[in-house]
Design a protein around this ligand. Structure first.
Ligand SMILES: *Cc1c(COP(=O)(O)O)cnc(C)c1O
Length: 389
C-alpha cells in the first residue's frame, strides 16, 4: 500500500495550541486576574427559536411511521433549496434549483470541490488566509501561488498578470474582515473569464454585510456565472457551527462542472440530516431572519466597539464593519506574537496572532466580536488605557 505523500508536505499548525498553552500558563501564574478572550473564531449565541422549533417538529415527524424519512436527496431537499433560491432572489440573483447543493458546511465543500479538477492547475491563494484553502490543496498536490494581501492594498489583493486556473476569494474575509466592493469583484470576474479560470468564492460572512452597495454573493457581478462557484454556510449566519449546514452554488453556465458536482455528491455523500435541513429552512423564514438579525447585530455592535477603540488609539486596522473580525497592525512595530504576549500580560486580552494565517500576517493581529458585550467593553477599556495617545 502506498500513502498519499502530499500529506508530508503539510505544515503543522501550532497557532491555537500555542495560544492555549500561553493563556493557561498566564492563568496559573495569575489566578486573580480576569482574562478576556477576543480570539474566539466561533459563534457564541445559541440557535434562534424559529430554528429549534422547526427542528423539534422534524424530530417528531421522524418518530411517526407516516412522516418518517430515510435517505433524502443527496443534493438537499427542495424545501430548503427553494428557500435559498428565494434568498438569492433578494439580491437580484436568479438560480435554478439544480444549481443549489446543500452541504454539511463550507469547510467540507471547500475541500471536496477539488475532486472536480485535474492535475497541474495553478491555484491562486491570498496570504493571509483561512488555512483550509492551503491545506486541502497541499493534500491534493496542487501548485499554489500566493498573492499578497497587505496594508497597501487594504488586504484586498487584486489580479495581476500572473496565470492562474483556480482562485480563492473570501469576502468578507477571515482573518482580515476586509470586504471587496462590486468594482473589485468585477475585476476578478473579468480576469477569471479572460483566463478561463475558476473562482471559488467563500461567502461564509455575507450576512455581516449591512451596506447594500457591497456584494453579498459573487453572482451579483455580471459574468460571474461563467467563472465562479460560491460556497456558503449557515455557521456564522445563524450559529450552525455545531449543527452543520451550508450550501454550494454551481451555475450551469460553468458547463460540465454542475453535472460533475452532482455526480460527485451522489457518489460520495448522502446528504444533510432532514432535521437539520428543516432547521436551516427556518433560518430563511420571516421569523428566522428577524431572530438571526438580532444576533448578528449583537456581534456587529461588539465589532464596532472594538474598531472604534482601535481607531481612537491611532492604530491602523481593517474590518470591523461588515465582519466579526478586526485586523489591526501591532503597535510599536511589535511582531504578532510579541503583541500577543504584551496584550495578555498588560491587559489580559487574548487575540489571535496574524502570523498564524500566513507570512503577510506577521505584524498584524485579529480580534473578534464573538465575545459578550460586557467583556468586549471591559477589554476595550483596558486596551484604550494601554495605547491611548
Ligand atoms: C467559519 C468559516 C467557514 C464556515 O465553515 P463551516 O464548515 O460551514 O462551519 C468557511 N469559510 C471561512 C473563511 C470561515 O471562517
Amino acid at each position: 500500500m502506498n500513502l498519499n505523500k502530499n500529506y508530508e508536505n503539510l505544515e503543522q499548525s501550532y497557532l491555537f495550541s500555542t495560544i492555549a498553552k500561553k493563556v493557561n500558563e498566564f492563568i496559573s501564574n495569575n489566578p486573580d486576574k480576569k482574562v478576556i478572550r477576543l480570539g474566539i473564531g466561533d459563534v457564541t449565541k445559541p440557535l434562534c427559536k424559529a430554528v429549534t422549533e422547526a427542528m423539534h417538529k422534524a424530530v417528531d415527524e421522524m418518530s411517526i411511521q407516516e412522516t418518517f424519512r430515510g435517505y433524502g436527496p443527496e443534493q438537499g431537499y427542495d424545501f430548503l433549496r427553494l428557500a435559498i433560491q428565494d434568498y438569492y432572489r433578494k439580491n437580484n440573483v436568479e438560480l435554478d434549483l439544480d444549481e443549489i447543493f446543500i452541504s454539511d458546511g463550507a469547510k467540507s465543500d471547500l475541500g471536496n470541490i477539488l475532486d472536480l479538477f485535474g492535475d497541474d492547475n495553478i491555484v491562486l491563494i491570498p496570504d493571509p488566509v483561512y488555512p483550509a484553502y492551503v491545506d486541502t490543496n497541499i493534500m491534493d498536490g496542487n501548485k499554489i501561488v500566493y498573492i499578497n494581501a497587505n496594508e497597501e492594498n487594504g488586504f484586498l489583493p487584486m489580479s495581476s498578470e500572473e496565470k492562474a486556473d483556480i482562485i480563492y476569494i473570501c469576502s468578507p474575509n477571515n482573518p482580515t474582515g476586509a470586504v471587496y466592493n462590486k468594482e473589485q469583484l468585477k475585476e476578478w470576474v473579468n480576469y477569471a473569464n479572460k483566463n478561463n479560470a475558476l473562482i471559488l468564492f467563500d461567502s461564509a460572512y455575507e450576512s455581516f454585510i449591512s451596506d447594500n452597495e457591497l456584494p453579498r454573493t459573487i453572482f451579483e457581478i455580471e459574468g460571474a456565472k461563467t467563472c465562479a462557484i460560491e460556497i456558503c454556510s449557515l455557521s456564522k449566519t445563524a450559529g450552525f457551527t455545531g449543527t452543520r449546514c451550508g450550501y454550494t452554488v454551481v451555475p450551469k453556465e460553468l458547463g460540465k462542472l454542475n453535472k460533475m458536482w452532482l455526480r460527485r455528491q451522489t457518489t460520495k455523500y448522502n446528504g444533510v440530516p432532514y432535521i437539520v435541513q428543516r432547521g436551516a429552512e427556518a433560518v430563511f423564514s420571516e421569523a428566522g431572519m428577524k431572530e438571526i438579525k438580532e444576533n448578528l447585530d449583537y456581534y456587529k455592535e461588539n465589532a464596532k466597539i472594538i474598531a472604534k477603540t482601535v481607531e481612537s488609539c491611532g492604530i491602523w486596522y481593517v474590518g470591523g464593519k461588515h465582519s466579526p473580525y478586526i485586523w489591526l497592525k501591532c503597535p510599536n512595530n511589535m511582531t504578532s506574537w510579541e503583541f500577543f504576549d504584551y496584550l495578555l500580560n498588560n491587559a489580559q486580552i487574548v487575540g489571535t496572532p496574524g502570523a498564524g494565517f500566513g507570512k503577510n500576517g506577521e505584524g498584524y493581529f485579529r480580534l473578534t466580536s464573538f465575545g459578550s458585550r460586557e467583556n468586549t467593553i471591559e477589554a476595550m477599556e483596558r486596551f484604550r488605557k494601554l495605547f491611548e495617545k
